[in-house]
Design a protein around this ligand. Structure first.
Ligand SMILES: [Zn+2]
Length: 129
């Protein structure tokens, strides 16, 4: 990602480290415009919840995405998705706030107490295990 096309300073409550691939490859993805959209919504979500947003998965390289059982071409590989949790909020409330914050897709992962949020079409689903 070219530095001039993306400025983390625009998103003061988040860091590159939180969004980079967790397999250790250090990659952050190749779609800065998508990442900017996700981060804008994440900042809005933080404002709505009035609490820190904790990221459990941001960008995933294709190899890591396969390892964690992500669907091929997952929005995580395109800088279009983020998995998160906020202290004091359950997945149901978070999914509701995430829509207000501008996210389209929202998956409530009840067993992990996280919500998958993406900038794809508006839809929602539940996962229990
Ligand atoms: Zn990776």
């Amino acid at each position: 990602m070219k530095k001039k096309r993306f400025n983390w300073k625009n998103y003061p409550n988040f860091s590159r480290a939180e969004f980079e691939c967790q397999c250790g490859c250090g990659r952050i993805g190749r779609h800065p415009e998508n990442l900017a959209r996700v981060l804008t919504s994440a900042e809005k979500l933080r404002s709505l919840a009035k609490r820190s947003v904790n990221i459990t998965s941001g960008y995933r390289c294709p190899t890591h995405n396969k390892e964690v059982g992500g669907v091929k071409g997952s929005y995580h590989t395109k800088n279009m998705a983020v998995d998160l949790w906020v202290e004091g909020y359950g997945p149901g409330e978070l999914a509701y706030l995430a829509r207000k914050a501008g996210f389209g897709g929202r998956g409530r992962y009840w067993h992990k107490a996280i919500v998958h949020c993406d900038s794809g079409p508006v839809r929602e689903w539940d996962e229990y295990r």
